[in-house]
Design a protein around this ligand. Structure first.
Ligand SMILES: [Zn+2]
Ligand SMILES: [Zn+2]
Length: 182
């Protein structure tokens, strides 16, 4: 029997721990009605590296990412280890354009707590899963949500990210379900 679920690709950019990809994939199938597939690694586009900021420009990565063919995956999440930025923010955990095909997330800021202590790997990967599901929400056309616990609440830092849950509020959940099935 084949599944009717829509496929979401999880793509490592360069060296990414396999466990991180598996945890993200497990959360996509566990929390959303989608079928994740871990795809072969891609090279990070070197022109996306900003020599002054020593970070990768999320918008430039997304542009080259969106020009690739990921059939049959409807949406694709790229995962990288280095830090990401968009010009208006010091850094971002992830970036996706509303309703588009590709998102990108970075693991860089997830493995150190705001107070300087180190979280367990379980927490690091739960954070990665939250960022991935949040960006996937944008790809399915969800906007930021006022509800601080909702997965679609904007997270500027780890405190915000840790305060959100892996769940969507009722409004976002309904909207997402509709968008996935249409
Ligand atoms: Zn967002
Ligand atoms: Zn919400």
């Amino acid at each position: 029997m084949t599944s009717n679920k829509k496929c979401v690709g999880v793509v490592p950019f360069g060296d990414v721990p396999v466990i991180a990809l598996k945890v993200i994939a497990a959360h996509i199938s566990g929390y959303l009605d989608l079928l994740p597939e871990i795809l072969p690694p891609l090279k990070l586009p070197e022109h996306a590296f900003d020599q002054k900021r020593l970070q990768y420009d999320a918008g430039i990565i997304l542009r080259s990412f969106e020009s690739m063919d990921f059939n049959p995956c409807e949406k694709v999440i790229g995962v990288l280890q280095p830090d990401l930025f968009v010009p208006i923010f010091e850094h971002v955990f992830g970036e996706a354009r509303q309703g588009e095909q590709c998102a990108v997330i970075s693991l860089f800021r997830l493995n150190k707590n705001p107070d300087g202590s180190f979280p367990t790997t379980a927490i690091v990967y739960e954070r990665a899963a939250k960022v991935a599901l949040h960006e996937l929400g944008h790809l399915y056309d969800l906007y930021h949500c006022e509800d601080e616990k909702c997965l679609m609440h904007f997270s500027g830092g780890l405190d915000d990210l840790d305060a959100t849950s892996l769940y969507l509020c009722r409004y976002c959940a309904t909207y997402l379900k509709y968008n996935i099935s249409h």
